[in-house]
Design a protein around this ligand. Structure first.
Ligand code: CUA
Length: 369
């Protein structure tokens, strides 16, 4: 009885420590982290997560059994100073076989799902998968949909419930495509194709990041994925296909893009239309300042090999500069005025654009949704 009271009192003294540990562990919840791999939202993501969970379960079991046995032995067989020297033993074949076989079986239990997972992740996706070509650039991402003849940048639209097959490469250095909630990390190389596939479970906007140091602005090489219902995705693709070289370009008006271009398009409602004088002034500046040399405004049948990101729907994107800034009018104008101030070393040079011209250009680009 006395012993039990002492033990309870000792536990009571440890209560503050338990509270602190609980508080610290509460901070570990993956819900607050948009780039957590611990809450997978695709079949591909779950393969890795299942392997990790299996491994952790085995590790916990081993830890509890081994540490439990150790603590039991320490307290149960604790010697007293008056005890005689214990019997000395040299090896025990039975025990040695047992503690060799048990870890081998545990490793096999981990290896089987791991190897199966590796094969599943490297399998060729089914023929009905949506193919997307991913091209890494210092420091932004180009996405091409060959079957739809569409090109976009930094924001990848995908349909929920359909496998997406990514075929990836880069035009310069090695990057790494990483979309934690949907897919694993895959390095992308010049002159070599790497592949990745996944099928998104749920609609939403998810962020990803280049995960391989690729130069000064590696940290500002993010991208976003907009997983949409198949209908929304079809509408988006159909709308993007209207963003093409004249004369069909006239079909794209900011009004229908607000309906089809999905979330993040709220600020774009007041964007000037092609008949607006500000739009015309912006268009002139876009030519005069040489923007056309690096950027295309056609999503459909876009020219290949341009240095700068495709801007056909830039007005509807959530971010500019590959996740560097929120896509507001002020930030867009700030970027155009001097991109080097925002993202040092970026391929877009300081073009000496005056602040009022930057605003006009921003308004012109805002109309491109
Ligand atoms: Cu691209 Cu880091």
């Amino acid at each position: 009885m006395l012993l039990r009271t002492a033990a309870i009192r000792r536990l009571g003294r440890l209560a503050p420590l338990f509270c602190v540990v609980a508080l610290v562990l509460a901070g570990c919840t993956p819900d607050h982290y948009p780039q957590t791999a611990l809450r997978p939202l695709s079949d591909f993501g779950r393969i890795g997560d299942d392997i990790q969970t299996t491994t952790i379960k085995w590790a916990i079991l081993v830890f509890v059994l081994v540490e439990g046995a150790l603590l039991y032995a320490i307290f149960r067989f604790r010697g007293k100073p008056t005890d005689p020297e214990p019997t000395q033993t040299h090896g025990n074949t039975t025990i040695e076989i047992v503690w060799t076989v048990i870890p081998a079986l545990i490793l096999a239990a981990i290896a089987v799902p791991t190897v199966r997972g590796i094969f599943q992740m490297n399998a060729t996706p089914a023929a009905d998968a949506l193919e997307v070509q991913v091209i890494g650039h210092q420091w932004w991402w180009e996405f091409r949909y060959p079957t739809l003849n569409l090109t976009t940048a930094n924001e990848l639209h995908i349909p929920v419930g359909q496998t997406v097959s990514l075929k990836m490469g880069t035009v310069d250095v090695i990057h790494s495509f990483w979309l934690p909630r949907m897919a694993g990390k895959r390095d992308v190389f010049p002159n070599r194709e790497t592949r990745l596939w996944f099928k998104a479970d749920s609609a939403g906007e998810y962020s990803g990041q280049c995960a391989e140091f690729c130069g000064m602005e590696h940290a500002r090489m993010a991208f976003h994925v907009r997983a949409q219902s198949p209908e929304e995705f079809q509408a988006w693709a159909a709308h993007m296909q209207t963003l093409r070289a004249a004369p069909a370009a006239a079909a794209a008006t900011p009004t229908d893009s607000v309906q089809t271009a999905s979330a993040g398009a709220t600020v774009q409602a007041q964007a000037p239309g092609p008949d607006d004088p500000q739009y015309a002034a912006g268009e002139k500046l876009f030519q005069a300042k040489g923007c056309v040399a690096c950027h295309s405004l056609n999503a459909y049948d876009a020219p290949k090999g341009l240095i700068g990101p495709n801007l056909a729907n830039v007005g509807a994107r959530s971010y500019i500069g590959a996740g560097t800034l929120k896509n507001t009018d002020e930030n867009l104008a700030r970027w155009i005025e001097n991109p080097q101030k925002v993202k040092q070393g970026v391929a877009m040079p300081y073009l000496g654009v005056k602040p009022e011209d930057a605003k006009t250009l921003a308004a012109f680009l805002r109309a491109h949704q």
